[in-house]
Ligand binder design. Structure first.
Ligand code: NAD
Length: 369
């Protein structure tokens, strides 16, 4: 199969669809790979490194789209990219279509086969294997950012996360112990903070309790627990998710008044509306704001801050799926794996994902019918 990777054109996006090591795997499987010049340059992968891996470098995105049967990207296609897609061409990337009618219309008109990373599920229908790497990154980064904004010159309380001998470490409260929350807890425990995770799922509570074995508190989540614990917390990490719904507001505006001045809240769940009542999306260019003396960090695209790590983690998750499409064709690859089939969002001008169709108010057409 001819596989193409254009340079990402969305503002402040430095990730790239394939790294040279992934290109090499495609070549070893007998496929051809086309890379737009400079696609990986921002994170240290120059054209030479792609050529050494066996890719052909093309000068424009147009050439990449023209020559490729499958386009592999990171971000959703921008309007000029949608126009370059054609009938039966495979697009494999993050799409986040539910709130993006313009993109959906563009993909429908192109009649391409659009497979979204974020709706691929595990074989048993559980978990989101192509979203999880970004939650891992966001979870780990949340503690790093939180520790940063606890510093006095940045408006924080002036407390070191791990304390020092004879001086108490910071209290970190993590709301939701899923992929992001677990990774946040690992970092916070590693930095020797005093960590509490609040979680709702009984199975997950058991897993977390087993893993941490007393190195942090793992408690059942109730509004009373949040209300009580938050008063003595220095860093709150919001990482709850109720799939398909906007995030529940676990920290209300009233609760802020009971918190320490200079404490920090990182709302990872901001991409689902946020789990603090006072959250609103921010960007890496202007990541924080202060409400009631509490610093809010609500960047909706946290992994964008570490595009090298994020790209590599994403490649490791995506590569086996992308290779299956290239080796077998998308109909067989998706047909053999129900979880992979959940990734099919738009196909030949029809919306083929029930949730996406419902959110957009468009008719749903099962590909399996
Ligand atoms: N801001 C970013 O850049 C960024 C990056 C990656 C992920 N995210 C977001 O982070 C959020 C978490 O993602 P994830 O992959 O960790 O999800 P996940 O499904 O693995 O974990 C969510 C956890 O929240 C728990 N939960 C639900 N309601 C709860 C409640 N009331 N109290 C306590 N726990 C509760 C669930 O049981 C689950 O364990 C999502 O909204 C995701 O989109 C944001």
């Amino acid at each position: 199969m001819r596989v193409g990777v254009p340079k990402e054109i969305k503002k402040q996006e430095h990730r790239v669809g394939l790294i040279p090591a992934s290109v090499k795997e495609f070549i070893q499987h007998g496929h051809e790979v086309f890379i737009e010049t400079g696609a990986g340059l921002a994170i240290g992968f120059d054209d030479d490194s792609y050529e050494r891996a066996g890719a052909k470098i093309l000068q424009t995105a147009h050439e990449v789209f023209d020559l490729s049967e499958m386009i592999i990207k990171v971000k959703e296609p921008q309007s000029q990219e949608c126009k370059m897609l054609r009938e039966e061409q495979i697009l494999f990337t993050y799409l986040h279509l539910a709130a993006d009618r313009a993109q959906a219309d563009g993909l429908i008109q192109s009649k391409c086969v659009a497979i979204a990373y974020e709706t691929v599920t595990g074989r048993d229908g559980r978990g989101l294997p192509l979203l999880a790497p970004m939650s891992e990154v966001a979870g780990r980064l949340s503690v790093q950012e939180g520790a940063h904004y606890l510093m006095k010159h940045l408006g924080g309380e002036g407390r070191l996360l791990g304390g020092v001998a004879g001086v108490p470490s910071a209290n970190v409260l993590i709301l939701g112990g899923g992929v992001a929350g677990f990774n946040a807890a690992r970092m916070a425990v590693g930095m020797e903070a005093r960590v509490t995770i609040l979680e709702k799922s009984a199975d997950r509570l058991r897993q977390l309790d087993d893993y941490f074995a007393g190195r942090c508190e793992v408690l059942f989540s109730t509004s009373e627990a949040v209300e009580t614990l938050i008063q003595d917390t220095d860093l709150v990490i919001g990482s709850v998710l109720i799939p398909g719904e906007s995030a529940p507001k676990l920290v209300t505006k009233d609760m802020l008044g009971t918190m320490k001045s200079g404490s920090v809240m990182v709302d990872i769940a901001i991409d689902q509306g946020g789990c603090f009542e006072t959250s609103r999306p921010t960007t890496h260019a202007d990541p924080i704001f202060v409400e009631e003396g509490v610093t809010h960090y609500c960047v909706a695209n946290m992994p964008g801050a570490v595009p090298l790590t994020s790209t590599m983690a994403l490649n490791h998750a995506v590569l086996p799926y992308a290779l299956r499409i290239a080796d077998k064709g998308w109909v067989t690859a998706l047909g053999e794996d129900e979880g992979f089939m959940h990734g099919l969002n738009i196909c030949r001008g029809q919306v083929t994902h029930q949730g996406v169709a419902q959110s957009l108010g468009l008719p749903f057409q099962s590909f399996l019918r």
